[in-house]
Design a protein around this ligand. Structure first.
Ligand SMILES: Nc1nc2c(ncn2[C@@H]2O[C@H](COP(=O)(O)OP(=O)(O)OP(=O)(O)O)[C@@H](O)[C@H]2O)c(=O)[nH]1
Ligand SMILES: [Mg+2]
Length: 634
């Protein structure tokens, strides 16, 4: 195979690094490769896996396969993003290649961290137009620290204004900065169009299949270690649930052999447990998990039969239990309260019991597989404090529970602070915004008013502007949807955690007040006129409202109660027809994420299978006024 072309100066800049001492080739399994696909969100990971699956003919001729096959979960398909890391496998030139597709969105970084340890190499995808983005650096650093061998895949070379040469150079700079051994610096570069399923090592000769990528994979990604004679060691990297089998633990066998029925012990944080038996053993073949008679070192396996197993545990031989180093999973950055629905409409929409006990059980079940999530008891028995890796991480859980039939209320997300040297510290993020040149003014104003500091700004004739900010995570809550509004849906924002700083005062919230319903009942056109005269309505006629429910955005500061159920005085028979002729502006419909961004600390989002409502914590207007007075005098 031809060595990848690389600019000369790259070699000149290579630091003097000592090559890792590779084990003797005989102990490596030449029939196997484990590779993770990593990238920033939307750079094309899942599309590339699609292409590899399609070209390796894993589908029978009659099977209709769609796009983004690996994004099999309902919310993944709806949102067009990967949420859960998943493994698939293909066979190429007699070698089984296990491919781990990972999510690129920073909120699901916990998934990536866990599964990287199952691979010996990674395909680092970089969009040929966007170049390396914040999450590219985050996932690459993790992969290199674990000793993975990277292959640089410059994807979307077909995009108008694509800049493959600049992208390669910027990616090499990243590698130089982050590499942990000299081998990693010799990463080859492959150019792909994942959508078409083509790859080439030389842009002058366009590819026709993904074979050049597969060949590079076999050449550069080290085969896994294959010591089958030693005692069993299997580090659990991920958990999953199967409706028939139950809890599945996923990991790559580091040493030894595993079979169904075999006796093992679990090495957990609290020590070595009692002997247990493996019930089911599965390996992945194409898109399916198939029962296996046995699996040997190097292979990625799914096992059941160990009910309490957790991520980071080692499954080991009872005669020689040697735990592997535990996995470190990054800490959550945001928390919010989940509470039993206390709204006047509680019990109307839920299709499953949503009492405190049921919510607790549901959240406990989530913790079994959603490893980056934390749940703690709140101030009362009806409240749970749920912490996650970001707004989207928490929003996906809320949406999933809502679809399962639960109803509950959630509070505004808050950052998780840390005590460092006796001082309160908060997370600081670097925030990168890509937008059109026209939106720059509005965006700099929005970020400035939140106390974010502009680090750099680049404008490009072809692709608009790129702004880099540094700001506390707290200042960025709700920013994503604001950017979408300011840029009419074209702006893209991505962030990465860069450190912790002392808590400081930020400019206070710039949201104006809300319009709340003063009466319970059905909103009608006449009553809604009162809402639109004062601001922007969130609901239309026919919506059931209750006192204290948020039904619109006030144009000014301060909250106002409006009677949306108010009918026009019926003086004669024509009154009701007149009501129908009232001209109403269309209400602003808010998504769950937008509602979470929107509410303040004294407000809640009520989530039910049928819809989402926003409300004041204190519903009765008179009580809210009293409370406000008390706060002002305190
Ligand atoms: N033009 C072009 N578009 C591509 C190419 N590869 C992927 N895309 C498109 O890019 C979008 C994102 O692709 P995905 O495969 O979902 O990206 P991903 O990296 O898996 O995204 P996450 O899992 O959410 O991080 C889709 O609309 C793809 O069709 C390519 O080579 N060229
Ligand atoms: Mg994906």
């Amino acid at each position: 195979m031809v060595a990848p072309a690389r600019p000369l100066e790259y070699h000149d800049r290579l630091p003097n690094m000592i090559s890792l001492n590779p084990p003797a080739p005989s102990t490596r399994r030449q029939d196997l490769r484990n590779v993770a696909i990593i990238a920033h969100v939307d750079h094309g990971k899942t599309t590339l896996v699609d292409g590899l699956l399609k070209q390796s003919h894993v589908f029978a001729a009659h099977e209709q396969v769609g796009e983004l096959i690996m994004d099999s979960n309902v919310l993944e398909r709806e949102k067009g993003i990967t949420i859960l890391a998943k493994t698939t496998s293909i066979r190429y030139r007699g070698v089984k290649i296990n491919i781990i597709d990972t999510p690129g969105h920073a909120d699901f970084g916990g998934e990536v961290e866990r599964v990287l340890g199952m691979a010996e190499g990674c395909l680092l995808l970089v969009d040929a137009l966007e170049g390396p983005m914040p999450q590219t650096r985050v996932v690459l650093r993790q992969a290199l620290e674990l000793g993975l061998m990277p292959i640089i895949v410059v994807n979307k070379i077909d995009r108008v204004n694509a800049r493959p040469a600049e992208t390669v150079e910027a990616t090499h700079d990243l590698l130089l900065e982050l590499a942990k051994n000299a081998d990693q610096l010799s990463a080859p570069v492959i150019y792909t169009n994942a959508r078409l399923g083509t790859a080439t090592m030389d842009l002058r000769h366009p590819g026709t299949t993904l074979e050049p990528l597969l060949d590079a994979l076999l050449t550069y990604i080290p085969p896994p270690l294959g010591d089958t004679a030693g005692s069993l060691q299997l580090l659990i990297s991920n958990l999953d649930h199967d409706n028939h089998i139950g809890r599945l633990a996923i990991g790559r066998i580091t040493r030894g052999v595993i079979r169904p029925g075999q006796e093992v012990v679990r090495c957990s944080e609290s020590g070595i447990g009692p002997r247990q038996r493996i019930a089911t053993l599965l390996t992945v073949e194409a898109l399916q998990r198939k029962p296996a008679e046995q699996a040997a070192a190097g292979e990625i396996v799914y096992i059941s039969g160990l009910p309490d197993i957790a991520v980071g545990d080692t499954v080991a031989d009872p005669e020689n239990p040697e735990p592997l180093p535990r996995l470190e999973v990054g800490e959550p950055t945001l928390k919010m309260q989940f509470s039993v629905n206390q709204s006047p409409f509680a019990g109307r929409d839920a299709t499953v019991s949503s009492t405190s006990r049921q919510l607790r059980a549901r959240l406990a079940r989530e913790l079994q597989t959603n490893v980056a999530l934390r749940v703690a008891d709140g101030a009362s028995a009806d409240i749970f404090e749920v912490s996650g890796r970001g707004e989207l991480h928490l929003a996906i859980l809320i949406e999933t529970m809502r679809r399962e039939g639960f109803e509950f209320e959630v509070s505004r997300p808050a950052v998780i602070t840390r005590e460092i040297a006796g001082q309160r510290h908060e997370p600081i993020e670097e925030c990168l915004i890509d937008c059109s040149a026209e939106s720059v003014g509005a965006i700099t104003e929005a970020l400035g008013s939140r106390g974010a500091q502009l680090q750099s700004m680049r404008t490009d004739a072809g692709s608009g502007a790129r702004l880099t900010y540094r700001a506390p995570t707290r200042a960025l809550i709700g920013l994503r949807s604001l950017i979408l509004t300011l840029t009419r849906g074209t702006g893209v924002m991505s962030t990465r955690l860069v450190g912790w700083e002392r808590w400081r005062t930020l400019p206070s919230s710039t949201r104006s007040g809300v319009l709340t319903a003063s009466q319970t009942g059905m909103a009608v056109a006449y009553g809604l006129q009162g809402v639109q005269e004062r601001g922007l309505p969130f609901i239309g006629p026919g919506t059931q409202v209750y006192e204290g429910m948020i039904i619109g955005l006030n144009r000014r500061g301060g909250d106002i109660d409006v009677n949306a159920t108010k009918q026009k005085q019926k003086t004669n028979m024509r009154a009701s027809t007149e009501d129908a002729t009232v001209k109403l502006v269309p209400p602003r419909e808010m998504s769950l994420e937008e509602c979470l961004d929107f509410i303040e600390d004294d407000e809640l989002v009520e989530v039910t299978p049928k819809g989402i409502r926003m409300r004041k914590r204190v519903l009765v207007a008179a009580e809210r006024i009293k409370l406000r007075k008390r706060e002002l005098s305190a």
